[in-house]
Design a protein around this ligand. Sequence first.
Ligand SMILES: [Zn+2]
Ligand SMILES: [Zn+2]
Length: 351
Amino acid sequence: MDLGEATTRSSEADDVLVSNIIRTTSYHRRDFDLAVITTNPEDHRLVRTSLTEDIHTTYSCLGKLEILPLETIHQICLLLDIWSLFRFRQVNRRARQVVSAIRSYKVIVNHALEALCITLRTNIATWFRLSDLFDVLCTIKCHFCGAFGGFVFLPSFRRCCFSCIQADGLPCVLVLSDVKHRIKQRLGRVCSPMPTVRTLPGTYSMDETVRKRRTEIVLSESISAIYLNDEVDETRVKRSKKTVLLPYMVTTSLPYFDYKSGVVQRGISCSGCQVALEKALRSSRVGSGACAMRDKVYSHDEFLDHFKACQEAQNIWKSRRRGSDNANFSEFVRRGGYFKRRDVIMSFNTF
Ligand SMILES: [Zn+2]
Ligand SMILES: [Zn+2]
């Protein structure tokens, strides 16, 4: 079968072929995931059972709420912010039963548990509803540039991509303590409530910078609103080395969930482009866009379009079909990107 044709047919056999092409010639950039807020998956394994538990029978009840139809109770639940919803869920087994039956809750717990736990741990859960998280989960493109986005920008709950995190493409954020005194001077009282992310200790950015202290981070535009339209000098703020790290400390990875097909995508990069870059480095003839191509993250459909034009990816596919074991052709691909000591440094349980 022609490789180009393989990506356009829709029969079941071709679907298998397409998934084989994706599995063989692409990989997920794990180093990007580790550059933003991340937590120990082991922690979630312990809570997953409790969050997904099916409660069939219970003798507890919701008191006066029980006179309402279940659909109405679900609608009320969806109007609560995530934090309040989880407080309600903790009331008794009946409350857990009711919340666990919400469709968007099931999807989020199954496919975005880490992001959900991070919204709770960073205190941003008080500002957004479960439906907000569900909407972001079902959005594929970066809100800021339109590329495939594998992350969520927590201060405004928008989907974003790693390029926007890395290349200053997100809205400006500030450390609250750096501007709090100016707000007090202006208003004569403690600042007004605004979406605030309380960061988690961890290792951030591709430089693997360790941050042990928790800080509160807010959107610059929220501060500007409190300043009564008096703009914060973002240019000056952005130049600070300390603030370059902030976008990484207020974002976390979030897969895309296709509601119609039930398929989950985390974003994939091209193994062929990495192999091409390694060959170019050996011959000292690295093209201007080689690194950008290597770092590009695709949706499945975007990758199949790229595959048709990427000679090196097709070479990998052909050699795999001839039976060659090319699993170890690139250490970078095997590891899912580049990181020096992050896996060793991360001390999850000290948070
Ligand atoms: Zn973007
Ligand atoms: Zn490629």
